[in-house]
Design a protein around this ligand. Structure first.
Ligand SMILES: N[C@@H](CCC(=O)N[C@@H](CS)C(=O)NCC(=O)O)C(=O)O
Length: 164
């Protein structure tokens, strides 16, 4: 059962923890796992890219299924092993909706924090050049932040963009 599963993960990654916790809750120990170092950019290696073109972890494989979104992997495991150990989604639609609500809240929060940090770092770097830039260029600073955000979104979702 668990022998059919492989989890590619990175240390300190909350999305990876999601799947690891799920596997523990469903008592699916014994799955194959491979740790990739972010520092060494191992998550951009061909081995990961072959499974996940985004070059991100977690990447989870179960039989013929390859799942590159942690929540999708968790739902897959829940559906596949519904009656095994901890039940993670309640049956009643109301209670189920509250579970989904908390899940989407957490994803939105995670994304907003990330975008905030990227924007804040970019702004900080640009402010260091403030003496070179007149205040009238504040609009350019904001455009730069938006470009970074667009670029980040494109990389994350593997879509095209032009940075202006
Ligand atoms: N939405 C994805 C997020 C995956 C993700 O952002 N993984 C990060 C580690 S926490 C990663 O691999 N970052 C490296 C990169 O994007 O290049 C999920 O929940 O599985």
């Amino acid at each position: 059962m668990a022998k059919d599963m492989t989890l590619m993960w990175g240390s300190g990654s909350a999305p990876c923890w999601r799947i690891q916790i799920m596997l523990e809750e469903k008592q699916l120990q014994g799955y194959n796992q491979k740790l990739f170092s972010f520092e060494k950019l191992e998550h951009k290696s061909q081995e990961v890219l072959d499974m996940n073109p985004r070059g991100q972890v977690p990447t989870f494989k179960c039989g013929k299924h390859i799942l590159n979104e942690s929540c999708a992997a968790c739902f897959f495991l829940e559906n596949q092993y519904k009656s095994q150990r901890t039940k993670l989604t309640p049956d009643s639609p109301g209670a189920q909706a509250l579970v989904y609500q908390r899940m989407f809240e957490a994803i939105t929060l995670y994304q907003n924090i990330f975008v905030y940090f990227v924007s804040a770092i970019t702004l900080h770097k640009l402010m260091c050049l403030k003496s070179l830039l007149a205040n009238r260029h504040i609009v350019s600073l904001l455009k730069m932040c938006m470009s970074v955000h667009r670029l980040y979104t494109a990389i994350r979702y593997n879509t095209e963009t032009t940075v202006r």
